[in-house]
Ligand binder design. Sequence first.
Ligand code: FAD
Ligand code: NAD
Length: 459
Amino acid sequence: QSATFDNGSPRKTLVILGSGWGSVSLLKNLDTTLYNVVVVSPRNYFLFTPLLPSTPVGTIELKSIVEPVRSIARRAPGEVTYYEAEALDVDPVAKTVKVKSVSGSDADAVRDLKYDYLVVGVGAQPTTFGIPGVFENASFLKEIPDAQEIRVKVMNNIEKATTLPVSDPERKRLLNFVVVGGGPTGVEFAAELQDYIDQDLSKWMPELSKELHVTLVEALPNILNMFDKSLIKYAEDLFQETKINLRTNTMVKNVTPTVITAKCGDDIEDIPYGVLVWATGNAPREVSKSLMNRMESQNSRRGLLINDKLQLLGAEDSIWAIGDCTFYPGLFPTAQVAHQEGEYLASVLKKQYKIDQLKWHTLQNSNAAENDKLKSKVEKLSSQIKSFKYNHHGALAYIGSEKAIADLALGESMYHLAGSFTFLFWKSAYLNMCLSFRNRLLVALDWCKVSFFGRDSSV
Ligand code: FAD
Ligand code: NAD
């Protein structure tokens, strides 16, 4: 697209890749009248990931935690163009993004999009560390289709198991639900699954619910390693109480359709499973990898390397990268970081617009004295673009039985909270963080529905 402002200056095209925490935070805070804003994402909605582990068992409905990109764009002050497409590659020299449509009459059509400025916020994909059989047999918990797949597998296994005699080892296998990865994703999902068994299945399938087992497998000696030690102990003790089978120091090495093979100390053990959920962290997406391959300065395998102003190393003048697709020491792949980066970038792009306007005036002007003044204004404005400073508010995790843990940062002090009161705090914090009033209301109604009628377990 090419367009101009009233004063004749060219309006620059800003392409934003992704519709997740980073990109949507940018979009919500950006003055979209300053650029031709084009959003490219294969997902036409924002997903509130912190409540995703609650969805496979029906504590929260999927519709309650999504917000359409178009409704976010409509609230922006200027026009925003949205393409339901996937970025395949970026050419930082030609300043183009190769995109593939994922829907509509031109599905699969590939075209080049020209940009002046590009923001890469494509997130990450689940990592498997190349362990054989994971992609073929496990479910991940990253996106809406993942949650739907887990729900179908859980419900189908329960139904299948009821057709087999109690003594049949196949019945035992079907009813062993294994979660690999003791980070917050694995822990929160294991907790939700055990809640579902204890609070719902125990009422309408009391005998079978006693045969169901949730196993959480973690390679390191402890789960939830980013939390304070006292909270780790609290969570591990609660898991023991609720009978979640916690297998720490157990590293999965191989997966077949029915068995995972794990190394526990010097021993190798086979663990038969019915449903396997894999949550061992993040790896870069293909588009990030191809961008890395184009630049010598991009020599990390963990993500796109950026500087302290979130500019992509090797393309500092035109590309920024935010969120899980990046790697920068001290910035973890969390929604909190991505959200703050989006906010910061919106303010940078406002200053960048002013700088570009001054530069354009300089080009139009033939008066040397005035140009010197304009140039010094540009320098002053450029120096006002400060480094990104992350403000850590803490970390929260749901651990089951209506209990949560929280590491809270207040000023210089850290507070460690755990229990039922912390669960209420967890609920109110996440309600507060929901993107829209509609999301907030739907999530609150889902929690009320579950407390009155239990979880909806239909597929
Ligand atoms: P995402 O939010 O993943 O968004 C990436 C976007 O890019 C998506 O819209 C995607 O469709 C799009 N995209 C993908 N490929 C392409 C492509 N090729 N071209 C264009 N667009 C593309 N963090 C917390 O701080 N607190 C929590 O409680 C928490 N809970 C979580 C629970 C779960 C189950 C998960 C999986 C993560 C959780 N996180 C949490 C982490 C948090 O979700 C991420 O850190 C955050 O989503 C990162 O934001 P992002 O914008 O970088 O990526
Ligand atoms: P993670 O990287 O935090 O944890 C993955 C875990 O899997 C690690 O403990 C690792 O030791 C283990 N693991 C790796 N390979 C293994 C193997 N072969 N066998 C057994 N265990 C293995 O991953 P995550 O939980 O998916 O979280 C990803 C990011 O999202 C993190 O930054 C996290 O902080 C964030 N997140 C935050 C919240 C929250 O704040 N409540 C919730 C979910 C995710």
